[in-house]
Structures are given as C-alpha cells and as structure tokens.
Design a protein around this ligand. Structure first.
Ligand code: FE
Length: 298
C-alpha cells in the first residue's frame, strides 16, 4: 500500500502538566508510559507505547501531529514529496526518534503553520494497556490515535496539502451555520477510521478538539459521570454527528480546548462516496445550559 497509514500520535504544550496528568489518567482513563526530565510525560491508550505527548509550555495548544509511514520506502518517498512541496523538511536525530519511540522521524510544517512529524516503526508497549477507569478500552491500533479538528488558514490549501502530498482521502464535508457563524468542515481519512483530521477555518488555536473512541458505550456514560464528579465543564451534551455517526459528548481539557469522547463511529468502506452534510448534528450536542434552562421550567 505505501503512504501514510495513520495519525499515530499527538503532542500538546500545556501550562499545567500536573493537572493534565490527573485529568488524562483519572478522567480520560489513559496511562502514563514515560516521563521526561522537563516535567513532560507521554501517555498511551492501546498497545503502542506512546500516543500522546504532554510537554510544559505556555501555548496550551497542539504542539505536534505524528503521521506513520507504512515502511521505510514509504517514509523516503513521502520525504521527497514533502521536500518538493516546500514543507520545511528536517530529519530528526536518533535521540529525537528514541524520545518519540520510533525508528526514524522527520519534521515538516503543514500549511496552517503547525509542526508535524512523519515517522516509521513505532515501539509497542511491553505490557497490554489497562486503565483503572476505562473498562472496555479504546479503539486505536490500525485506526490510529483518534481524530483531531485542526485549524486551516485556508481550507483549499490545507485540503490540497493533506490529500496531494500526504495521501489523505476526502471523507465528506459539513457546511452549515452554527449560531451566527458559517461553518465549513472538511473531513479526511487515511484508514478505515471515518476521519483522522477535520479541517476548519477561523479557529483561535491550532486545535479545536481531539476525539478518543471507546469500545463500550458504557464507558462513554461513565466518562460523562467522571466529568461531573471531577468538576470538568461539559461543553456539549451527548449527541450524534450526521457523517461519522459517532455518539459522543464534548468537554473541556485543562488547556481550554475540547475533548470528544465517542462510541460507535462508522468506518470507511470500499467505494466510499464523499457527501456534503447541511447539519453538524443529528440529535443532541446541545450546550448544557439549554438542558439547565429546560429543567428549570416546570
Ligand atoms: Fe470530532
């Protein structure tokens, strides 16, 4: 097959790493896999040793996206494509590759100005993943980390870059109005996960939200309970999107951007035809204040 097989890891630069550690392990249910001397750490949610890198920083934003190349030949071919596309390619050192737990890596810049990495050969963990709070585990593996909504400076330029240079395929689009805002989201996939990236313009940060998919719908409900128990702000109630059909809710992370926890997303199948949807939710995904107001009415 060649090319990129998945969005394999994600990194955040955060102002409060210790709060993030508590949030990621006790609320989201990830497991710490490595610690760094600078107070940063990495987390896992499946058999891959490192899926989420947290480093101390003031941005409270996305720091890096890691894309996995199928093999060393695909890595070399993609490196050439990136160089031709003037994506500021820099090969990483052996030490940098070791820190990411991969055999080889290079850095490049995507059109939105975010540093990304292309890597090959991720390290698998010695022990199976387990979490004290998530019973059924996460959908990751060959589908990669999850998905992420990324800021595009210009939708057409970013879509061309991810599709033509990095081999993404269009899943679908949502073009709608939310409140008084025109919203246009482009969804891209590299494997059977409905989308690994969603591109949107006009976002205040590189990231709007990241999504982790649970295997068992009960873990979505339990995660919602944990948000309430830990005093975490829920941003959107349970709902279902028209395109990936994920049943999910959104809440705030310690960095202000959001996390979506979902279950039951549909996968890309042979002969997939991209559509444009005119709504962004089929049901639910309401601001909790609406529920509060409705329950105040008798
Ligand atoms: Fe999402």
């Amino acid at each position: 097959m060649g090319g990129i097989t998945q969005l394999g890891y994600v990194g955040f630069a955060v102002s409060d790493p210790s709060r993030w550690e508590q949030y990621a392990t006790q609320v989201l249910g990830l497991a710490v896999s490595r610690r760094c001397a600078d107070g940063g750490f990495s987390l896992r949610h499946d058999e891959q040793e490192q899926r989420l890198f947290i480093r101390p920083g003031t941005a409270d934003d996305l720091d890096v996206l890691g894309f996995e190349a199928a093999d060393v030949d695909a890595f070399a071919e993609l490196a050439e494509h990136l160089a031709v596309a003037d994506a500021r390619v820099e090969f990483g050192s052996e030490v940098e590759a070791q820190q990411r737990g991969v055999q080889r890596l290079l850095r490049f810049e995507e059109p939105g100005g975010l540093t990304c990495e292309l890597y090959v050969g991720p390290l698998q963990a010695a022990a199976p993943f387990r979490s004290d709070v998530v019973r059924g585990g996460f959908v990751a593996g060959a589908q990669g980390f999850g998905h992420l909504a990324l800021r595009a400076r210009d939708m057409a330029t970013s879509t061309r870059f991810f599709c033509d240079v990095l081999g993404a395929r269009l899943s679908d689009r949502i073009i709608t109005r939310i409140g008084d805002m025109d919203v246009h989201i482009t969804f891209l996939h590299w494997n059977e996960r409905h989308h690994s990236l969603a591109l949107g313009e006009g976002l205040p940060k590189h990231i709007h939200h990241f999504m982790l998919q649970l295997r068992d719908v009960r873990d979505v409900g339990l995660a919602l309970d944990r948000m309430v128990d830990h005093g975490v702000r829920v941003v959107q109630t349970l709902g279902q999107h028209p395109n990936d059909k994920m049943v999910s809710f959104y809440s705030e992370t310690p960095s202000g951007f959001e996390v979506e926890l979902g279950w039951g997303g549909r996968t890309i199948t042979e002969g997939w035809l991209p559509e444009t949807h005119g709504v962004w939710t089929e049901w639910g995904h309401r601001p909790p204040a609406q529920l509060a107001r409705a329950s105040g009415r008798r």
